[in-house]
Design a protein around this ligand. Structure first.
Ligand SMILES: NC(=O)c1ccc[n+]([C@@H]2O[C@H](COP(=O)([O-])OP(=O)(O)OC[C@H]3O[C@@H](n4cnc5c(N)ncnc54)[C@H](OP(=O)(O)O)[C@@H]3O)[C@@H](O)[C@H]2O)c1
Length: 353
């Protein structure tokens, strides 16, 4: 099952409206096939794993991270192909929260004498499918945010661009690849001029679509994010109309979306609605402390990643986040889930809702 999760995590954030699933097939104690959901969500992992006609799957054990689908969607159910290929036993980690399939595969498979075992590594499944669960239960999108800080909790330094080491930064790139969209603010673009893509070799094509909150259309046409918009889809949320700038942005393929104001800022609920309607479900926020405070105060954050350097910035430090972390620790459901050593840095992952 761990190998199946390993497969699923390769496409996390890149399977559209479908969940990322991993599937492993074992026959006579030998691994005979493995697969993950295809990029953009179709075909499903089980279908791909069972697609090799040269393999005789009769009597095999199938491990899937999620309960196989049992309903007719755009394709026939995976339970049908599992039956057709004469699989003996199906192990899965989590029941599919999609109502069309929830607990139905078990019944369907058991009816044709295929044994099923559920809740294998359930805790891993609960974490891995947290966003999918929330989406199916509440129709809400999933928001992760990250801040990199010095040991004394500054998020910026007067003279130096980098806060954390190369291992932390590579991990951020991986997180970008695991989300379908990335959201930042014009203030962060003006200060840092980031590309916000995934630059890990072989994973560049998993870079998320980029969204910038830029109420007054202030980010320069020379910023990296604008200059690379013909390669990586880039959207600007704005309010103040400047036809000249809007024309220029459209010429370089930046899509612009006008959003109403609420309390002098762009109405964030309208931004969320836009993302959801366009099929973005996993949003990764890379912004400064003002925007993170807003998200935290209004309980928008689901998961939070703290990249924690061991360097003290002292009076070179800018934007202290002590209050932010104090507030986060006081949130009732806030739970520190994981701590990973990244050489001198640490990654602390919090689950907030
Ligand atoms: N270490 C890290 O992980 C990290 C990551 C990113 C950035 N940074 C640093 O953070 C600094 C920038 O931080 P910042 O705090 O100045 O800017 P920020 O948090 O990136 O952005 C603040 C902007 O968000 C917009 N916003 C939209 N809706 C909002 C709402 N409801 N409430 C509050 N703001 C809202 C506001 O723009 P409007 O006023 O136009 O509405 C506000 O000016 C830079 O120095 C950058 O280097 C660090």
């Amino acid at each position: 099952m761990k190998l199946a999760y390993n497969q699923a995590s390769k496409v996390l954030g890149n399977t559209g409206s479908n969940p990322a699933v991993g599937c492993v097939i074992v026959k006579n104690n030998e691994l005979v096939s493995l697969a993950h959901t295809n990029f953009n969500g179709r075909p499903h992992a089980e279908r791909i794993a069972l697609s090799n006609k040269k393999i005789n799957f009769k009597g095999s054990l199938l491990y899937s991270t999620l309960e196989p689908c049992s309903h007719y969607g755009k394709t026939s159910p995976c339970t049908d192909i599992i039956k057709k290929r004469s699989i003996k036993t199906v192990y899965f980690s989590k029941f599919d929260p999609d109502r069309r399939s929830f607990k139905k595969a078990k019944k369907k498979l058991n009816k044709c004498n295929i044994k099923t075992f559920e809740n294998i590594h359930k805790y891993i499944g609960d974490c891995f499918y947290k966003d999918f669960n929330i989406r199916k239960r509440t129709n809400n999108i999933f928001i992760s945010s990250k801040l990199a800080t010095s040991k004394d909790l500054f998020i910026s330094e007067k003279y130096n661009k980098w806060i954390t080491n190369v291992y932390s930064r590579a991990r951020v790139h991986l997180l970008r690849a695991n989300h379908d969209s990335i959201l930042t603010t014009s203030r962060t673009i003006l200060k840092d001029d980031p590309m916000l893509n995934c630059r890990i070799d072989g994973l560049q094509h998993y870079s998320p679509k980029r969204f910038v909150i830029d109420k007054d259309l202030t980010i320069p046409m020379t910023s990296k994010i604008i200059r690379t918009a013909d390669n990586i889809s880039t959207y600007l949320f704005y309010n103040s109309i400047d036809n000249n700038k809007l024309n220029k942005l459209s010429q370089v393929k930046v899509k612009t979306i006008r959003i109403d104001l609420k309390n002098k800022h762009l109405d964030f609920n309208k931004i969320i609605l836009f993302l959801r309607n366009k099929g973005f479900y996993r949003v990764f926020v890379e912004a400064g402390i003002k925007f993170n405070n807003f998200l935290l105060d209004n309980l928008y954050i689901n998961d939070f990643y703290h990249f924690y350097s061991d360097q003290l910035f002292g009076n070179r430090g800018l934007y202290n986040t002590k209050n932010f972390f104090n507030k986060m620790n006081k949130i009732k459901r806030s739970k520190r889930e994981i701590e990973i050593n990244l050489f001198q840095d640490k990654l602390l992952k919090y689950s907030l809702k």
